[in-house]
Design a protein around this ligand. Structure first.
Ligand code: GUN
Ligand code: ZN
Length: 456
């Protein structure tokens, strides 16, 4: 596997790839704190160490005082009191929207037609897509995100460009060419045959290659004909180890439109279901406007609904009801994501802060451990990637984020009041963003280091 890219902040000088010890306040989750309770779920070593092997995987993790002698001679990055966590996993983000944040739409459909499609048209140029892929991956690591489920554009060459850049950098990426053959500008439309053919070609080329995985990607029911949904379902049946990635029930206007476009369907979820797109590897962004029947069916299918709080508030789509999703008799799997560029921050810290506020507005009060678990082990488990990423157990990829709880004057003041590691995490979720990211490691190599940070 090759090293990280050469964008700003990347540091090949320290990128020996020969194994190293990363020291700091090491925190990881062994279980879901909401289920097992924090005592059983959290592993925290205030003076901890993570040993990275030459293969980019974690060789050992524990209290620094118990570092096995055989690792004693390895070079060390000592991050002092900063937190060392598993890198964040963004479960839904749009690569061709990487620079179009803060576009002021009236609602989702207006935002798509007025700003988003215009920007995505640029990705017809392979050169543009190649350059954008580098910037996009730089943005992820600058914000401490080491793995992501990524929407690309309709263009096969753009998906190729993203996969190639991710492979060069050793990133774990689940992505795919977007299928969309109606209700969009002609320049962004494929057709049922070419959409399936291009998807299959990309899938054959990239799925399972290194850390890359393919997602059969339907933009949303609005932009696919029945013929295209059928073709996507056939592809999913032929490749059950691939993910399916789409949007579901984000806004009221969209949900109404789907009702009109598919009058025979029981509801929005039923559209995907009837075409074989509902399964344990299906990832649906949003799920703000779901009926009880849809929740029960999503539970039964084992599909993942991804909460994108900054996008939902920014586009005025509605408040995601996490409590309702988790109902004991039919819990729906829930992940968390930025949804750039409908979302307003690349930072999973800022995203967790917004998720907390949305939860408070819907009668729930998640703990900091629940939030951080969701952005790491939780997303990994829901995506079926937990044997590879999401924790700091030996054998997992050494994808790490180093967070400085005193990164800004406001954080520094607040941190002085923190009485526990959970309190420190809570302040980071509410007040933190990319400024708190001191360093990011992808497969054990430094992929980002904050310019002003003291060199370890
Ligand atoms: N629904 C269909 N396309 C999109 C998109 O690009 N962003 C968001 N947030 N929702 C969508
Ligand atoms: Zn989205």
């Amino acid at each position: 596997m090759n090293g990280p890219g050469s964008g700003p902040g990347n540091d090949r000088g320290n990128d020996r790839g020969n194994g190293r010890v990363v020291r700091g306040a090491v925190l990881t989750y062994r279980d879901d704190p909401a289920v097992a309770g924090p005592r059983r779920a959290v592993r925290f070593h205030r003076r901890g160490a993570v040993v990275v092997g030459t293969d980019g995987r974690i060789a050992w993790r524990g209290p620094a005082a118990r570092l096995p002698e055989r690792f004693g001679a390895l070079p060390a990055d000592d991050h002092g009191d900063a937190l060392v966590l598993p890198g964040f996993i963004d479960a839904h983000v749009h690569f061709p929207q990487h620079r179009m944040l803060a576009a002021p739409g009236e609602d989702l459909l207006d935002w798509l037609s007025r700003f988003t499609y215009r920007e995505e048209r640029r990705y017809a140029s392979a050169g543009h897509a190649r350059a954008a892929a580098e910037v996009f991956l730089d943005r992820l690591v600058q914000h401490g995100t080491t793995a992501a489920v990524v929407f690309s554009s309709v263009h096969r060459t753009a998906a190729d460009a993203l996969f190639a850049a991710a492979e060069r950098r050793g990133h774990a990426i689940v992505s795919g060419k977007t299928m969309m053959d109606r209700n969009a500008p002609a320049a962004l439309r494929d057709d049922p045959v070419s959409g399936a053919r291009d998807s299959e070609a990309l899938l054959g080329r990239w799925h399972g290659r290194g850390r890359l995985r393919y997602a059969i990607t339907v933009r949303f029911a609005v932009t696919s004909s029945e013929a295209q949904l059928r073709a996507a379902g056939e592809l999913a049946a032929a490749h059950p180890d691939c993910h399916v990635h789409s949007h579901l029930a984000e806004s009221r206007g969209e949900t109404e439109l789907v009702r009109r476009l598919f009058p025979w369907a029981a509801d929005y979820t039923d559209v995907y279901d009837r075409f074989g797109l509902l399964g344990p590897r299906s990832v649906f962004a949003h799920g703000v406007h779901l009926s009880e029947r849809e929740c029960a069916r999503l539970h039964e299918a084992g599909s993942l609904v991804v909460h994108c709080p900054t996008a939902n508030t920014f586009l005025g789509s509605g408040l995601f009801d996490g409590g309702r999703m988790g109902r004991a008799e039919r819990p729906v799997r829930v992940g968390v994501a930025t949804d750039i560029g409908g979302g307003t921050s690349y930072s999973m810290l800022a995203t967790l802060g917004e998720a907390y506020k949305v939860a408070m507005l819907t009668g729930r009060k998640p703990t900091a451990h629940e939030l951080f678990h969701l952005a790491t082990r939780g997303n990994a488990m829901h995506l079926g990637l937990d044997d590879e990423i999401g924790t700091l157990e030996a054998g997992r990829w050494a994808d790490l984020v180093v967070l400085d709880p005193t990164a800004t004057p406001v954080l520094e003041d607040r941190n002085a009041l923190s009485e526990s590691i959970e309190d420190t995490l809570f302040a980071l979720a509410i007040l933190g963003d990319d400024r708190a990211v001191r360093a990011t490691y992808v497969a054990g190599r430094i992929a980002w280091r904050a310019p002003a940070a003291a060199r370890p």
